[in-house]
Design a protein around this ligand. Structure first.
Ligand code: NAD
Ligand code: MG
Length: 394
């Protein structure tokens, strides 16, 4: 029996993870489930999955959870705060940790899981963007396994040979082709983008996801974060990654080899496929996903990304190229800008403007030899700067 902690159990990835887990009761057991504030949903999940631990980050929500579970004969131990998250990420009875918290808030527990040598199922791309060097080093030091859940990175992982960590050039890879749907505004007239509402931005054409990543998909910042994520996961650089807009979201990414071969992974857009892949790896297990029917897909389209329409994608490439603190600043500013857009404090085009302004205000510094505290301080400074820019634009 494999013990599993699901960080961010109440979110879109968390719910899909529990769906896959419940299909294999002989194989997996939920040991700990965590959420930020949604006590009601976490209570339902505790009733169904009977974990030993439940973490509500917010103490008031933890009180609600306690009350909601009062009648349960075997109640989970309820923990709170970031310390609670770190504790359940490193439990001895847990082998796999699904890192599915949204944003840099996921960094500390994800790092704790890596340091404890777990199989880390990484959905929380922001933690690699903020602290890629630190997280990769923790994985190497502890012998943890890092398996990508992001559909593109999971696809690339599936298309690479097992010893790809020797270096992509050494295994004959020319470049990675990272697919992107282009989001809901791919074909909108540019002048209409200032009227975009949060609901329109969150209505993704092919994927159902949490609100933050949905907005990131609409600005294509999501693809930018994924470029940085791919650099860390596969030990490569931006010169060896090409973004390919593919509106059907059926090809989840591709790897191009020196001999002219291009390998791709295809499937219906349903996150249970990469989740089941990473949970079963190296075996294949049922995910509940409907088999792909190529006749109903009928055609596959490809376009080059439009950097003028999607300035966030350009900013992310520039931050990836600059390295150092730039990706952490980019990420923090984006989190503030997206939250402000969802609260209708700024318009859609202002997201890119806030990120650009924050990167200009905070010069890029080296992260060599720096630890977590340094990165958290950079993150905090960038949030404060971005918030000032939000107020100035609002
Ligand atoms: P979501 O908003 O649906 O869920 C987020 C989860 O994180 C919830 O359980 C919430 O309680 C928890 N959370 C939020 N803020 C927190 C905080 N401050 N501290 C602790 N917990 C907190 O998000 P999602 O769509 O499931 O995305 C989760 C992560 O997976 C993101 O990093 C996202 O980029 C990545 N991802 C998601 C998808 C997808 O299809 N949804 C695909 C690829 C990657
Ligand atoms: Mg993705």
């Amino acid at each position: 029996m494999i013990g599993v902690t699901v960080l961010g159990a109440t979110g879109s990835i968390g719910v899909s993870t529990l769906d896959v887990l419940a299909r294999h009761p002989e194989r997996f057991r939920a040991v700990a489930l965590t959420a930020n504030t949604d006590a009601e949903r976490l209570a339902e999940q505790c009733r169904q999955h009977r974990p030993q631990y439940a973490v509500m980050v917010d103490p008031a929500a933890a009180q609600r959870l306690r009350a909601l579970l009062a009648d349960l004969p075997e109640r989970p131990e309820i923990l709170t705060g970031i310390e609670g998250l770190e504790q359940v990420a490193a439990l001895p009875e847990v082998s796999y940790v699904m890192a599915a918290i949204v944003g840099a808030a996921g960094l500390r527990p994800t790092l704790a899981a890596a340091q404890a040598g777990k199989r880390v199922l990484l959905a929380n791309k922001e933690s690699l963007v903020v602290a890629g060097a630190l997280l990769m080093q923790a994985v190497a030091d502890s012998g943890a396994e890092l398996l990508p859940i992001d559909s593109e990175h999971n696809a690339i992982f599936q298309c690479l040979p097992p010893h790809f960590s020797d270096g992509l050039a050494r295994v004959g890879v020319r470049r990675i082709l990272l697919t992107a749907s282009g989001g809901p505004f791919r074909d909108w007239p540019l002048e209409r983008l200032s009227s975009v509402t949060p609901e329109q931005a969150c209505a993704h054409p092919t994927w159902e996801m949490g609100r933050k990543i949905s907005v990131d998909s609409a600005t294509m910042m999501n693809k930018g974060l994924e470029v940085i994520e791919a650099c860390w996961l596969f030990g490569t650089d931006t010169d060896h990654i090409q973004v390919v807009v593919h509106p059907q979201s059926v090809i989840h990414s591709l790897v191009q080899y020196e001999d002219g071969s291009v390998l791709a992974q295809l499937g219906n857009p349903d996150m249970r496929t990469p989740i089941a892949h990473a949970m079963g790896w190296p075996e294949r297990i049922d995910s509940g996903v409907t088999p792909l029917d190529l006749f109903s897909v009928a055609r596959l389209d490809f376009q080059a990304p439009d950097f003028a329409r999607f300035p966030c994608l350009r900013l992310a490439f520039e931050a990836a190229h600059a390295g150092g603190t730039a990706p952490a600043v980019l990420n923090a500013a984006n989190e503030i800008a997206v939250a402000a857009f969802l609260e209708q404090r700024i318009d859609f085009p202002s997201i890119a403007a806030v990120v650009a302004g924050t990167l200009e205000a905070l010069p890029c510094e080296s992260v060599a030899g720096q630890g977590l505290e340094f990165l958290l301080a950079v993150d905090q400074r960038a949030r404060e700067q971005a918030e000032r820019l939000v107020v100035a634009r609002g």
